[in-house]
Design a binder for this molecule. Structure first.
Ligand code: UD1
Length: 361
């Protein structure tokens, strides 16, 4: 079976790694990889390929950054001829980024079955491009692999046939379990940043809703800067956020943080594993902290990953500075917060997916 897999942005790399590795190890698959170039900085892309052992892409589309509709259009234009040339049995997409939707559209128009890994997550917030990408990608997909029970319910409500949906668990957790020990033994990030296990926090911000408007970003950085004077906070700054901080003239507010560029996978994993608290607006980090049992505050109004709140260590607290600080204080006043591993987040999701793929054709 020939599978044409697609990656574009940082979280895609973490999800595709175990699938490509599994296809190669178990045999029976011809695997081809396309990188759209949505993320192109070395720190957002190449370092993940190196650390996770992802093979060099067979095709690189080099789209770069632009507004979502333009980026989706450009990816489609470049992906179509090579989808024809490769003539795969299926196009495999992961997650919810613009590259995911663009290549799902090309597959569907070309009558090539689309496989979506991480289907059915819904925030019900169409203000986020990812929600549009999720809903449409799922409508275009033939096989849908889900990470949590809520996803099946969402898909069935949207008219997806039950037989197309397979609850398999979380490939991101496969990667995390595979690399956790290696990260702990090999990464010296705690020493390099001068932080002690369980005596620091981590902050990541990149959602347009948090970083594009000065009236949201300024109070957040001011308040979290106050917290950072009591608990060292490592602020890993996404390229988008870096640009906004400069444009909005907020650079002085970075002073209380331990400011670092986007971190390689192993350093980030080690940091999360040892953190007292993580503050983020990322989707993947909500899941990774739940898998690690580390408290997470999600600086958004909603989550498409409710299992991380219902069973894991995540709390959705919005982006208002006073509320975020209150919730952070609350966590710091407790020894630990209860959380358990969601069903099938066991590091064996790739095997389940490949088994279903083999039976499918
Ligand atoms: C994208 C995904 C988001 C995911 C995130 C992980 C979409 C709609 N969003 O958001 O779901 O959580 O990746 O990081 O697909 N930039 C660089 N270098 C890069 C990449 C980006 O400088 O290698 C800058 C550019 O100015 C760009 C901006 O960051 O305009 C945003 O990049 P983009 O890929 O559009 O979205 P992300 O915010 O990274």
């Amino acid at each position: 079976m020939k599978i044409l897999s697609v990656v574009g942005a940082r979280p895609n790399f973490i999800k595709i790694a175990p699938l490509l590795d599994g296809m190669k190890r178990e045999g029976g698959f011809i695997s081809r990889l396309v990188h759209t170039g949505q993320h192109y900085d070395d720190s957002m892309s190449r370092v993940f390929f190196d650390q996770l052992g992802i093979p060099k892409p067979d095709h690189y589309l080099g789209v770069g950054s632009s507004a979502a509709p333009i980026q989706v259009g450009q990816i489609m234009e470049r992906f179509l001829p090579l989808c024809r040339e490769e003539a795969p049995d299926a196009v495999l997409v992961v997650g919810d980024v613009n590259s995911t939707l663009a290549c799902a559209l090309v597959g569907a128009y070309s009558e090539v079955p689309v496989i979506h890994v991480e289907a059915g997550l819904r925030s019900r917030d169409r203000g986020m491009p990812e929600e549009i990408n999720r809903v449409l990608t799922d409508q275009l997909s033939t096989l849908l692999f889900t990470t949590e029970a809520s996803a099946r319910d969402n898909l069935l409500k949207e008219g997806i046939a039950s037989a197309s949906v397979h609850f398999v668990g979380n490939v991101m957790v496969d990667t995390l379990f595979r690399f956790r020990r290696l990260a702990d033994e090999n990464s010296d990030i705690l020493n390099r940043l001068g932080v002690r296990s369980r005596h620091f926090g981590i902050l990541t911000l990149h959602r347009p809703s948090n970083v594009d408007r000065v009236e949201v970003l300024r109070p957040l950085l001011e308040a979290l800067g106050g917290l950072a004077r009591r608990l060292p906070i490592v602020f890993a700054v996404h390229p988008r956020t870096e640009k906004r901080i400069a444009e909005l003239e907020l650079s002085s507010l970075e002073a209380p943080f331990i400011r670092v560029a986007p971190l390689p996978y192993l350093d980030m994993l080690k940091l999360m594993d040892h953190a007292r608290l993580v503050l983020t607006d990322s989707g993947g980090i909500q899941e990774e902290t739940t898998a690690l049992g580390v408290p997470c505050l999600t600086l958004r109004e909603n989550t498409e990953r409710p299992v991380t709140v219902e069973q894991g260590t995540n709390r959705v607290v919005g982006s208002r500075a006073d509320r975020v600080i209150l919730e952070a204080e609350n966590i710091l006043s407790q020894e630990s917060i209860p959380g358990r591993l969601p069903e099938l987040w066991d590091g064996e999701t790739t095997g389940r997916i490949l088994k279903i793929l083999r039976a499918w054709k």
